[in-house]
Design a protein around this ligand. Structure first.
Ligand code: PMV
Length: 322
């Protein structure tokens, strides 16, 4: 049976950087995110008797080497659970540039998990799907449930999973992705996580995480945009400080990244309330209220060097489309 799944990427407001268990991808701290309506991966999986190896095609390109091995390992987990030994045909398409700081691994592994599980004839709960997606790529566990999501760090594999805090309809805030660099990053997040502990600021970061999670959950509950935005921005700067001070240092920003961060601060001072966050790449996510989207878009379009603007609403999680 062939199953097609669409899974959203997600943007973390409180981020995951550093793991407690490398192999099982158990994070050092819990994280909070929203799923993105217009940055997604669509993946079909079919286990076929005639195949002599897994066949993986992403954005029209046959995948080999390390990337394919990682996907193969994920399929092995599914094959083991379903007690099947057929290889799989995996066809996957992203509607955004891969490897540029928009989490393609999050949407990719969430889609692969749900499509693979269904194609193998398994019926898993949302929690079990989230646990399984996490084993493929940590942040992928947050792309399984709907809307605003919390990934509970947990203490063992079976209790490190994400669940929905609020539905997509709960609060109409937007995430505008501003693409300023489309090249794949030099150091991906899997490598980056390993370096986190080498920053002298890592311990301080982790010690504040529980409070940050509680604070942002309260801001979400009260729909307090100002409090929410301030926490989001401080958190992004905090994570990037750890990145930049790890050994060797990781700089994901480009000059354009900083220019746009400064513009956002200036707009805010002039009354247009927006905040930024940035993942492991140079692109900026602008968080704003729905009523301000047009204004923000017009301003962004005037900035030279902006390659693409993607406007996202809060989205559902991974779902079967066929
Ligand atoms: O799931 P990974 O290994 O791609 O790590 C994601 C890391 C960040 O995007 C920087 C933060 C996050 O929580 O999404």
């Amino acid at each position: 049976m062939k199953v097609v799944v669409r899974a959203p990427s997600n943007i973390a407001f409180i981020k995951y950087w550093g793991k407690k268990n490398e192999k099982l991808r158990i994070p050092a701290n819990s994280s909070i995110s929203m799923n993105l309506s217009d940055a997604y991966t669509e993946t079909s999986v079919e286990f076929k008797k005639i195949l002599s190896d897994d066949l993986v095609i992403i954005d029209g390109k046959k995948i080999d080497g390390k990337e394919k091995e990682r996907i193969g390992r994920h399929l092995n987990l599914i094959r083991k659970m379903a007690r099947i030994n057929f290889f799989a045909e995996v066809l996957s398409k992203n509607n955004f540039p891969k490897g540029a700081g928009i989490a393609s691994s999050a949407s990719g592994f969430a889609a692969l998990t749900l499509a693979g599980v269904k194609a193998a004839g398994l019926n898993l709960s949302e929690k079990e799907l989230s646990v399984l997606a996490r084993l493929g790529s940590g942040s992928a566990c947050r792309s399984i449930p709907d809307g605003f999501v919390e990934w509970k760090k947990g203490s063992k594999s079976s209790d490190s999973y994400a669940y929905s805090l609020k539905s997509p309809e709960y609060w109409d805030i937007r995430d505008i992705i501003v693409v300023v660099g489309e090249k794949s990053k030099k150091v991906g997040s899997t490598e980056g996580h390993k370096e986190a502990t080498s920053s002298p600021f890592y311990k301080a970061r982790i010690s504040e995480m529980d409070k940050k999670i509680a604070d942002i959950k309260l801001a979400l509950k009260n729909k307090d945009f100002t409090k929410f935005g301030r926490i989001v921005e401080e958190e992004a700067i905090n994570m990037h400080t750890v990145m930049m001070t790890s050994k060797p240092p990781l700089f994901y920003w480009l000059p354009k990244t900083l220019e746009i961060m400064q513009s956002i601060t200036t707009w805010r001072e002039a009354g247009l309330e927006t905040y930024f966050t940035i993942d492991a790449g140079p692109n900026i996510h602008v968080i704003c209220r729905s009523k301000d989207v047009r204004k923000v878009k017009t301003k962004l379009e005037k900035i030279q060097g902006v390659k693409k603007i993607i406007i996202n609403r809060v989205s559902k999680g991974a779902r079967i489309v066929k």
